[in-house]
Design a protein around this ligand. Structure first.
Ligand SMILES: [Zn+2]
Ligand SMILES: [Zn+2]
Length: 134
């Protein structure tokens, strides 16, 4: 297993009308015009990421609005926004470190808590430094 397993570098850009419709949702996230795919790098099929977390109402529990897009179509008509169920997997269930997967049900690859966010070269300890501490 690689120490630097990262999430997919695929990214999506929202149009103005999409941002406006997301802003109308009763949400918990600050809207971002550009988002990165949340799946593990090297995955098959479409990219996806949560576009907005919706806080729900007394009758409706919180839910997530996702955006999915095919490779190479991050600003094109192949994108779709839709509600997806969450993956039910949890890490360290019942402890204070409990962490959800935060990926959609049936997602490709490992669970969200099993790999990290994208890293830049500057986040990775150079090998010579690693050997000094190793
Ligand atoms: Zn992806
Ligand atoms: Zn999962």
């Amino acid at each position: 297993m690689s120490l630097y397993q990262i999430s997919c570098p695929g990214r999506v850009l929202f149009r103005e009308d999409e941002l406006a419709s997301l802003a109308r949702l009763e949400g918990g996230f600050e809207l971002s015009r550009r988002l990165y795919c949340a799946l593990e790098t090297g995955h098959e099929g479409v990219h996806c990421v949560i576009a907005q977390g919706v806080s729900g109402t007394e009758e409706i529990p919180p839910w997530n609005m996702w955006i999915r897009w095919p490779e190479g179509d991050e600003y094109g008509p192949g994108r779709e926004m839709l509600r997806l169920e969450d993956c039910p997997a949890n890490f360290l269930t019942g402890t204070v470190q409990e962490e959800g997967c935060h990926l959609p049900m049936g997602h490709w690859g490992r669970h969200g808590y099993e790999f990290g966010p994208p890293l830049t070269d500057s986040d990775v300890m150079p090998e010579w430094l690693f050997r000094r501490f190793g």
